[in-house]
Design a protein around this ligand. Structure first.
Ligand SMILES: *[C@@H]1O[C@H](CO)[C@@H](O)[C@H](O)[C@H]1NC(C)=O
Length: 421
């Protein structure tokens, strides 16, 4: 009797256990299929991602793996096998910066070092209109993987020329402030724009280099560089490289195009080769969007390379052509009476004097200078180069109407894909 009772209890208990096990298996099955986001689910997903990434990140071990990137660069020049060689070009990183911008300078340096320069140790050059403080020199030297050099810009390269009419200059600053032009009141901003237009490449500390890479405080580089941009410049005979191109605020340059037009007339084809230059890029409208977002009062379509990122051949700026162009524009006084930026100046010069194949769009470099950023469009590339950017986020220049990339593709250097190689 007692035995029977015990047997039926045990049987009941066993059924209960089996029941619990079945339910648990069912629930586990659902979890494992992603119905419930539990540890098991995430472990499985991360193992999958790891396998996928192993293939990607080991691509250099395979021969001729083709990335699904829109790269302009031949794929055999991409990849860690190249990074191992630490071969440097005749080039330097360049930052014009104030003592009080130290924190931002260090952030930008850290980003570029981690993403690129730690493998190359290119020199850093810092320029300022006043001497750098010890703390600036110490901390930036510590942050750099290469040699650091510091120089003070001579006041003759950083001040209003004596032929500028001071009363007119003051009235114009007041007017620009009133119509809310960005930095409309600032004298030092104007000095900076003129310095970057006509004087930075004449600083003695740059004499020993062919190429420079302009860096500004607080910028960020989103991805591991998959190549040395200086090497690309050298090997492909590029004179000018950019990441972002956009429309200029016309209020800063009301008479710039008049001056450029005059210059072109007076040049009579001596320096400017209209048959082979990139003139169309700065005068043609984007034919893709029907609405004209950026109305211009002149033939200039306001497109310019955003020069806060700039990799270029210093010898282009040192050339007689460029100097003649700069001196002509400078004599008009527009750097002061208006607020001509170095970006339209560099861009117009490149468009007048260079061939389309001498300018490169570095599509693979993820870069941010508030309020805009550029994030490589290929997902596999973003994974592979450990990019930290939100392609769909606000501020992605390629998704903004202000971008001039469409104009560049259509009227400038065009767009090539890896499949072209
Ligand atoms: C680097 O560039 C400068 C300026 O063009 C030049 O004078 C110098 O000879 C170059 N150095 C090397 C090693 O090529």
């Amino acid at each position: 009797m007692l035995i029977d009772q015990l047997k039926s209890r045990i049987r009941g208990f066993v059924y209960l256990i089996i029941c619990i096990c079945l339910v648990k298996t069912f629930v586990m099955y659902k979890w494992a299929n992603g119905t419930f986001y539990t540890d098991a689910y995430y472990i499985r997903r991360s193992e999958e991602a790891l396998r996928a990434n192993q293939l990607l990140s080991r691509r250099y071990m395979l021969s001729n793996v083709k990335l699904s990137t829109n790269s302009y660069v031949k794929h055999d020049t991409i990849g860690p096998t190249q990074l191992g060689r630490f071969q440097r070009e005749n080039a330097t990183l360049l930052m014009l910066v104030r003592n009080e911008e130290l924190a931002g300078a260090l952030r930008a340096m850290r980003s570029l070092e981690d993403r690129f320069n730690k493998n190359y140790h290119y020199d850093w050059i810092f320029l300022n209109d006043v001497p750098f403080e010890d703390i600036f020199i110490e901390t930036t030297s510590a942050m750099a993987s290469g040699i650091t050099k510091y120089a003070v810009v001579p006041s003759s390269d950083w001040s209003t020329p004596n032929w500028i009419d001071q009363d007119l200059y003051a009235r114009q600053r007041e007017y620009m402030t009133k119509i809310k032009v960005l930095h409309g009141e600032s004298e030092s901003y104007r000095n900076m724009c003129r310095f970057y237009s006509g004087f930075f490449f004449r600083q003695e500390v740059l004499d020993n280099y062919d190429y420079y890479f302009r860096v500004e405080p607080d910028v960020e580089y989103f991805c591991d560089f998959s190549y040395d941009p200086f090497k690309i410049m050298k090997e492909q005979n590029k004179k000018y490289g950019f990441v972002i191109s956009l429309h200029e605020y016309e209020d800063t340059i009301p008479t710039l195009w008049e001056a450029v037009d005059e210059y072109i007339q007076e040049d009579e084809g001596y320096d400017i080769d209209m048959e082979n230059n990139i003139f169309d890029f700065i005068i043609q409208e984007d034919s893709i969007s029907s609405a004209k977002v950026f109305d211009s009062n002149s033939d200039y379509n306001l497109c310019h390379f955003w020069t806060n990122f700039e990799i270029a051949d210093l010898n282009f700026f040192r050339s007689d052509k460029y100097l003649r162009f700069f001196n002509y524009l400078d004599s008009k006084g527009g750097f002061y009476y208006e607020r001509w930026g170095d970006a339209p100046i560099h861009t117009i010069a490149a468009s007048l004097f260079l061939r389309p194949d001498e300018v490169i769009h570095f599509e693979q470099i993820g870069y941010k200078h508030s309020p805009y950023f550029a994030c490589p469009s290929a997902y596999s590339y973003r994974l592979n180069q450990r990019c930290l950017c939100d392609y769909a986020g606000t501020g992605n220049i390629h998704l903004e109407a202000i971008s001039c990339l469409q104009e560049w593709w259509k009227w400038g250097g065009g767009k090539t894909f890896m499949s072209n190689y």
